[in-house]
Each structure stands twice: as structure tokens, then as C-alpha cells.
Design a protein around this ligand. Structure first.
Ligand SMILES: Cc1cc2nc3c(=O)[nH]c(=O)nc-3n(C[C@H](O)[C@H](O)[C@H](O)COP(=O)(O)O)c2cc1C
Length: 229
């Protein structure tokens, strides 16, 4: 089998698998209440692994765990180093996005926190490629429907476009019928907004607090919707 045929087959199987997993959720069906812990994932859309976006998401997941305790489990997924192709409607090549389809559409996953570096007042191109590849979830029967979404953005300057980047990601996830929330009290704005100084967010106590509040709020709403408040 040549490489193109193999890739197309892999892509088909990934979408078909996700569609089967989500069959019960299509046509407006409500997700069943999870019996185990509610899973909250964080997706880092920085091409640099382990850098400030990943660090900010780590703090957000601490916020998730501090709120949810034994009712939640968390995982940080970094897209850095993965092949997330620019979406092409004429191609079935999902690249490494294929491995994310069953992971994100798992009914136990009730919340997803997306983190992006600010690139020219918007999201990173990796983040846009990720959002566009999420077309697979729409095609599979709105597999992200009613999962909670929170967004985090890290910029190199205080007012570098963090909120613009957040708004762009939020709009994309609304197209997945996700329930988009901002950072919770006491900061309570559109999401987590962090400042990178010398490739570190250590000094940004305000931004770190917004990340913790975002995690807590995503956990609170996810648990509420899962009947586990
Ligand atoms: C191409 C590019 C464009 C950038 N544009 C902005 C910007 O508009 N505003 C801003 O605050 N920071 C900007 N930055 C800085 C990054 O947002 C910042 O360094 C961020 O912390 C990087 O995330 P990372 O550490 O996860 O890689 C830009 C960086 C790059 C590489």
C-alpha cells in the first residue's frame, strides 16, 4: 500500500471511529453522566514544547484539580512536534490529528482548555490548523457538543492581543456547539491572559491568577453539567 492510500485509510478510520463513538450523541441526544471522574483536557497550541503556553495551561489544570479534587482527572496535550496539517477540504490527510479524535470525543471528557501563544494579535497558525481539523467532530455528529471550553493566551507584551486571540478561538469552538466560558471569579473576564517575560510567566502573578480562575471555572461548569456539582 503506498503512503497516500495508507494515510487516507487512517483518516477514514479515525473519522469513522469517532462517528461510531458519537452516534449516541448525535441528533440532539444528551451525553450520559460519567460514572468515573470527569476528564478535563488542556491543549497547548504552541509550536514550542514546555514553554509559556504549556506552563500557563499547567496552572489552569491546577485550578481544575483544586476545584474538582477526586471528581476530575486532567491531561495536558502539547501539539508541538505533532503533524497537524493545514486543513484542506480536498484532502483526507488528518496527520497526527487522527490520534486526537478519539481522545477529545471521549464522553468522559467534559471540558477542554485551549492555550495559544499570541501571534500578531491572533492565535498561532498551529491553533488555527487544530481548530480547522476539528471539522472532523462536526462531521462525526457534533462530538464536542456541550463540552465546556475555556481559552488561555500568552503574549510577549501585556496588551499584545491576548483577548483578540481568545475571542478567535472562542468563535471557532462555538461552531462545535461547545459551551464557552471565561475565567471565573474574581478576575472574571474572557479567559486567561498571560504575559511572557524572558520565556517565563513566573513574574506574572495577575496572569497566573487568571489561568487558575479559568481552570476552576471550566471545572465548575463541567461538573455542573455532568450532574456532579
Ligand atoms: C510570529 C510571532 C508573533 C508574535 N506576535 C505577538 C503579538 O502580536 N503580541 C504579543 O503580545 N506577543 C507576540 N509574540 C510573542 C509570543 O506570543 C510569546 O513569546 C508567547 O509567550 C510564546 O508562547 P510559547 O512560549 O508557548 O512559545 C509573537 C511571537 C511570534 C513568534
Amino acid at each position: 500500500m503506498n503512503r497516500d492510500v495508507q494515510q487516507n485509510r487512517r483518516a477514514f478510520l479515525a473519522v469513522a471511529g469517532a462517528a461510531a463513538a458519537g452516534a449516541a450523541l448525535s441528533a440532539g441526544a444528551q451525553e450520559p453522566a460519567p460514572s468515573g471522574p470527569v476528564r478535563i483536557l488542556a491543549i497547548s497550541c504552541s509550536p514550542r514544547p514546555g514553554m509559556t503556553t504549556a506552563a500557563g495551561l499547567g496552572i489552569a489544570l491546577e485550578g481544575v484539580r483544586s476545584f474538582g479534587r477526586s471528581r476530575v482527572e486532567t491531561e495536558l496535550i502539547e501539539l508541538a512536534g505533532k503533524n497537524i496539517p493545514v486543513f484542506n477540504p480536498a484532502s483526507a490527510d488528518l496527520g497526527d490529528f487522527a490520534e486526537l479524535i478519539p481522545k477529545l470525543s471521549d464522553p468522559a471528557v467534559r471540558g477542554i482548555i485551549v492555550g495559544t501563544p499570541v501571534y500578531f494579535c491572533g492565535m498561532s497558525s498551529l491553533c488555527k490548523a487544530f481548530l480547522d481539523q476539528c471539522m472532523a467532530f462536526r462531521k462525526g455528529g457534533m462530538l464536542l457538543r456541550n463540552k465546556v471550553a475555556g481559552i488561555l493566551a500568552v503574549g510577549g507584551v501585556r496588551n499584545g492581543g491576548q483577548e483578540l486571540a481568545i475571542a478567535g478561538v472562542q468563535a471557532g469552538l462555538m461552531c462545535q456547539e461547545m459551551i464557552v466560558v471565561g475565567d471565573g471569579r474574581p478576575s472574571a473576564h474572557t479567559g486567561a491572559t498571560l504575559l511572557n517575560t524572558d520565556d517565563s510567566i513566573e513574574k506574572d502573578e495577575f496572569g497566573r491568577e487568571t489561568a487558575r480562575n479559568l481552570g476552576r471555572h471550566v471545572a465548575e461548569v463541567a461538573l455542573l453539567l455532568a450532574g456532579r456539582a
